[in-house]
Design a protein around this ligand. Structure first.
Ligand SMILES: [Zn+2]
Length: 214
């Protein structure tokens, strides 16, 4: 028993080193050059959610049969259209935001964390909501990962023309992935009069264009 004290000191030192090592790993960012959002970026993010939460439906502004034919929001999201609920839906899926370079994307999702590129903060509030909705869908698993868009993909990226989806992993093969979710949201915005029909339709069509049926 004479050596019990040194041994326990060694164990304790070993334990402390182990804890230190684990903390280092946990603090390491998943994205290589990410940083925390600055005050201005945090404000923009907050304003995005305030806008989303202001979108509470009142009266449907289009004819009922058209609404019934195209509405998919509730079947995809499992609750009736509500900006407040949708805000919670996003927040339950994205736990952390950071800022960094996102290459050919406006934002990237990984393990409950979203990396926002510079472009995100230059978008208008509706486009920022669409990006967050899209990224939040990735939290629901591999099923909602993207497939490669066809090499002859003819559609423009509505948010940034420099981003060419052709041949890149920017399309969906399922109807209720990131693009299906944003399309279903845009349809409700048009139906409830938050957007005029022209704007709602072109945006809706654009999201839908990323859903590839093979
Ligand atoms: Zn995506």
């Amino acid at each position: 028993m004479a050596d019990s004290k040194p041994h326990s000191e060694f164990s304790s030192l070993f334990f402390q080193l182990f804890v230190f090592f684990v903390i280092c790993i946990c603090n390491q960012s998943i994205f290589s050059d990410e940083s925390k959002l600055n005050a201005k970026q945090n404000k923009i993010l907050k304003e995005t959610f305030v806008y989303l939460e202001s979108l509470e439906p009142k009266k449907i502004k289009i004819d009922k049969s058209t609404y019934a034919r195209h509405t998919q929001f509730e079947s995809f999201l499992k609750f009736p259209f509500s900006g407040k609920k949708l805000s919670r839906w996003i927040q339950s899926r994205i736990k952390k935001y950071s800022f960094g370079s996102t290459g050919d994307y406006v934002a990237m999702y990984q393990d409950g964390e979203v990396l926002l590129g510079r472009g995100f903060f230059n978008l208008n509030r509706l486009d920022r909501v669409l990006v967050l909705l899209h990224e939040a869908r990735h939290a629901d698993g591999k099923l909602y990962g993207h497939v490669v868009c066809p090499d002859d993909f003819p559609f423009l990226n509505t948010r940034d023309w420099k981003i060419h989806p052709a041949g890149k992993k920017g399309c969906d093969s399922v109807p209720d992935g990131g693009y299906g979710i944003t399309a279903s949201f845009l349809f409700e915005l048009g139906a409830y009069g938050f957007l005029n029909q022209t704007e709602a339709a072109y945006r809706y069509n654009s999201e839908i264009s990323r859903i590839i049926r093979d």
